[in-house]
Design a binder for this molecule. Sequence first.
Ligand SMILES: [Zn+2]
Length: 229
Amino acid sequence: MEQTAVIKTANTAKTAGAPGAVKAAGPAKADRRKKAADIACLLFDMLVLALVVWIALPALDEYTAAGIITPGKVSDAERTLESGGEGDEDSIFDHITIESEQQAAILEALRRRWPERKAPWDNGYQGLCETWVCDVYASAGIPVSGSCCASESRDKYAVWSEEIPVGAMIYSGPEYLSGYLCEDCGKDPGHVAIYIGDGKVAGSQSQYIMTLEEFKEYFGYGGWSFGGS
Ligand SMILES: [Zn+2]
């Protein structure tokens, strides 16, 4: 056994020495060719990077900067998502009784940017429930205290009451498991959506608008908050 090991070591040393010798003997032409190939690779990488930035930046803009509005400052033109579109005159978000400017801004952001026909799940937010909720709040001009995931936000901010205000973030119960693990806190990230009143919940979930009963059935109930604000 011991002898085999010695032979193996000797063989490895011999093999490792061989390419070095070939390399040293290689002509300078090969080196130049290698350098040219390296530069071509670098140029190709830069081209790919430029393409990614070119494609990704407008998409980011669509979901963030372009959507920031402040309560009471939304013009009729801004109410429609697509220019020249028919708008969303008979929106579900119009038929809800609200009590504050904050709630009005959240529903307006939903109506304007996320009408029923534009489910977040099918429009870039699959698996990004908390990002979507935060984006809606940002569109409504409402600050949100950041957190790594919905479960962490729930544990930090949730009010465990059955009286859920319109526009509040509504969290999954601790028993709900999404099947992933948050890299920051190590918890299952859970789920979060927005309570839109009238017994309904909107969220980046496979069914955009669901009843509160359906939400509780699928995700359990972990209380509500206005994003820690
Ligand atoms: Zn987390």
